[in-house]
Design a protein around this ligand. Structure first.
Ligand SMILES: C[S@@+](CC[C@H](N)C(=O)[O-])C[C@H]1O[C@@H](n2cnc3c(N)ncnc32)[C@H](O)[C@@H]1O
Length: 222
């Protein structure tokens, strides 16, 4: 189902869905966002320029900007999320440059960023190969990009454990989340082999793909 939605356009999250996503992320995913921010920060030099693509409500960018003297930018398709992320950064007392734009057409100069991260969003892009090409273009030589998204090969019991033990969700909200993961997100996600094929077209210094809980992590160095 997600694949056919994606063919007709990028899957931006807007309006009430964006407000629900913000609340749910604040309640269940802050630790995960912090973990991903740390995963990128080990590759960042002091005063690094970092980019998050599709930050949604912005919690990863906010966590990253607290981890070092970084200049963090978040590029998000949904203007509703840009407004929410700006408000969240303001409330957190950090400076992150959240702006509206499309991953397939990044409004940045070539070789601009020391590090780039994109989580739970790559499968939403209508033009994933174009987005990868753009990530590669705006990354500085020697810079690192991390793309983290759902692993389509995970099982339903793995999803249930994740929702219960990592997201700490219970009852009806947990059931709703499991159904979303099982029948919508998992089916739209790219496998390790599909990602490897897309990545073949770029001259990379290093590229690794590995599994972690319910996700696949791609780390590429330009
Ligand atoms: C499931 S959310 C993930 C948000 C956040 N990264 C996280 O981990 O919670 C997917 C995000 O991708 C955004 N999105 C979809 N297509 C996009 C595109 N082409 N360019 C930029 N953002 C896009 C959506 O608006 C949404 O905020």
């Amino acid at each position: 189902m997600m694949k056919s939605f994606r063919r007709s356009g990028d899957l931006a999250i807007t309006g009430a869905n964006a407000r629900w996503y913000d609340k749910n992320s604040r309640q269940t995913r802050l630790a995960e966002m912090e973990r991903y921010a740390k995963e990128l920060s080990v590759f960042l030099p002091a005063n690094a320029a970092a980019l998050e693509i599709a930050p949604g409500p912005g919690y990863l960018s906010i966590a990253l900007s607290r981890m070092g003297n970084y200049h963090v930018t978040g590029l998000e398709l949904s203007q509703d999320f840009v407004d929410i992320a700006r408000r969240n950064a303001h409330n957190a007392g950090v400076a992150v440059d959240f702006r509206q734009g499309n991953a397939a057409d990044l409004p940045f100069n070539t070789d601009s960023f020391d590090g780039i991260i994109c989580t739970a969003a790559f499968k939403n892009f209508r033009e994933p190969t174009k987005a990868l090409r753009e990530i590669h273009r705006v990354l500085k030589p020697g810079g690192t990009a991390l793309i983290i998204d759902m692993n389509p090969q995970i099982t339903s019991p793995q999803i249930s454990h994740y929702v219960r033990d990592q997201m700490h969700m219970k009852g009806l909200p947990a059931l709703f989340m499991q159904v979303t993961f099982n029948y919508f997100l998992r089916k739209g996600a790219y496998s390790r082999d599909e990602l490897a094929v897309m990545l073949r077209e770029f001259p990379l210094r290093d590229c690794r793909i590995w599994e972690e809980d319910i996700t696949l992590h791609v780390k590429l160095t330009k």
